[in-house]
Every structure is written in C-alpha cells, then in structure tokens.
Design a protein around this ligand. Structure first.
Ligand SMILES: Nc1ncnc2c1ncn2[C@@H]1O[C@H](COP(=O)(O)OP(=O)(O)OP(=O)(O)O)[C@@H](O)[C@H]1O
Ligand SMILES: [Mg+2]
Length: 253
C-alpha cells in the first residue's frame, strides 16, 4: 500500500483484539478485548506496567504476530493473517525503532540506512522505487540529513553517542517512508538528555511529515507528550484519554 493514497483519517482501528498464549495447561491472556483508533498524524502513547501487553499489541499491529480473536483495520483494510501479506505489511507500512540500539556495528551509519533501503528501494519524486546503488546512497544521505546527522554519515555506530545511534535507527525506519512509526521503549536505554533528543525527533516526524507514531512506555512522564494516551493494565484498556501535548523539554524523568 502506498500511504499517499490512504485517504481515511483513521490509520489503525483495533476491534475487540484478544491475544492468548497457551503455556502447557496455563492460558496467558496478554490482550483482552482491546479496541481503539489511531488517526493519521496522531501521536499515541501506549502506557502500562511491565507485562500489561504493550509489546504484544505492537507485535499484532506490526504484523509480527496474529490475534487470537478480534481484528485490526489498517489504512481501511482488515489485516490479513497470511504470512506473505504480513511480510509486505511490515515492509511497507511500519517503521520500527527498538529499545536496544540494533545497528550493525561493522557498517557505517549511512551504510546501515542503505541496508534498509536495499529492501524497499529509494522513493523517487514521482512515487516510484529506485533500487540503483546511486539512488539508494543519495536517499540514505538525505535521511541522515533529516535526522540531523549529515555530518556523521561515515561514523561507525561505536563512534556515535547513544542518541545519535537512535537517530540513525529512526533514519533507517524512515527508509520505507512508512505511515506509522512504532517505538517500543525507544528511550529506555538512553539517559534523560538523549531521550529528550529522540522524543523531539519523533514529534517532528508527526508534525512535519504527518506520520502517526505509536510509542510504548511505562513512563508516565514521557506519556505527557502524547496527543492520546492509551493505558493498558493486565491486557485490558484501562483508560483512553487526551494527552497533555507537552514538549520534551518540559519533562523530567
Ligand atoms: N510468546 C509468549 N508466550 C507466552 N506468554 C507471553 C509471550 N509473550 C508475552 N507473554 C505474556 O503476555 C503478557 C504481556 O507481555 P508483553 O510482552 O506484551 O508485556 P509488556 O507490557 O510489553 O511488558 P514490558 O514492559 O515488560 O516489556 C505477559 O504476562 C507475558 O508474560
Ligand atoms: Mg514490552
């Protein structure tokens, strides 16, 4: 799906989503009856303590796993459970940013971004995908520029600060030009100042590029930057409330 042609205001809708894991004789209810909507260009924080089902929920939306019951409508279409189509969904629609910086240490920053582009091709101005080395390199440089690292392209991950590495991860997530960025505790392994830097970048993606962001955290302070906070507790939606839309500089954690 080319997200430029998605005209619905609602990017994601989950309807009575349930996920259970059978562990021998014990059934674990990781998600129970979870229903909510995420609009295009909305910054949503999924808040909840450890074990409340946050990662499980991201995995279902990201097509890494399938629900036990209930459904997900993404960009107006019900999400499939077919493996190949889920691979397509992951590849085209979702930019993932993880807690632990997972750049390849033997590649430079720009090469890490190029690697992601080799899968998706470089988006050209007329909306096509160009797989040539030159186009991929050019686009990787642009993405590095966009996350403020134009002067760090030839650094290896070990030669970058934690926040810079996480910004390379963001550039890499943007390679496919996805409508949705998901982050599972993307500031979890960063110090406060670096975390703020990464949150600012995520907010910019929403404001300036119109992407939706789903950010998972257990940190109530971080949740204050959201447009909407979905609070999970023991696999259920405990509350959906309007966020405070604070700027990262106002936060302390
Ligand atoms: N593959 C699995 N098999 C069995 N149980 C699982 C599996 N994945 C998660 N669970 C269980 O489902 C529940 C929700 O797990 P999940 O990883 O979604 O929590 P979380 O909110 O992301 O927690 P954390 O903040 O610690 O990352 C937990 O009780 C967990 O033990
Ligand atoms: Mg988790």
């Amino acid at each position: 799906m080319n997200w430029a042609v998605v005209t619905e205001m609602v990017l994601i809708e989950t309807r009575s989503l349930c996920k259970t894991y059978q562990m021998g004789k014990v059934v674990v209810h990781a998600l129970r009856d979870v229903s909510f909507q995420v609009e295009q260009s909305e910054f949503v924080v999924i808040l909840g303590p450890s074990g409340s089902g946050k990662t499980t929920l991201l995995n279902l939306i990201g097509g890494m796993d399938i629900p036990t019951s209930g459904k997900i409508i993404f960009g107006g279409n019900e999400m499939t459970t077919k493996t190949e189509e889920l691979v397509e969904h992951r590849r085209n629609n979702i930019g993932f940013i993880f807690q632990f910086l997972n750049l390849l240490p033997t590649l430079t920053a720009v090469e890490n971004v190029e690697l992601a582009l080799e899968l998706t091709g470089a988006l050209t101005e007329d909306g096509k995908r160009d797989f040539s080395k030159k186009a991929i390199h050019q686009r990787a440089l642009e993405l590095m520029e966009r996350v403020g690292l134009g002067d760090r392209v030839n650094h290896f991950p070990a030669e970058l600060s934690g926040g810079e590495q996480q910004r390379v991860s963001i550039a890499r997530a943007l390679a496919k030009d996805p409508p949705l960025i998901v982050g599972d505790e993307p500031t979890g392994s960063l110090d406060f100042k670096t975390g703020v830097e990464v949150l600012k970048e995520l907010l910019r993606l929403r404001k300036e590029e119109g992407r939706s962001v789903l950010l998972v955290t257990h940190n109530r302070e971080i949740a204050k930057i959201a447009d909407t906070v979905i609070e999970l507790s023991d696999g259920r939606v405990r509350e959906i409330k309007e966020g405070e839309r604070r700027t990262p500089d106002e936060l302390r954690w």
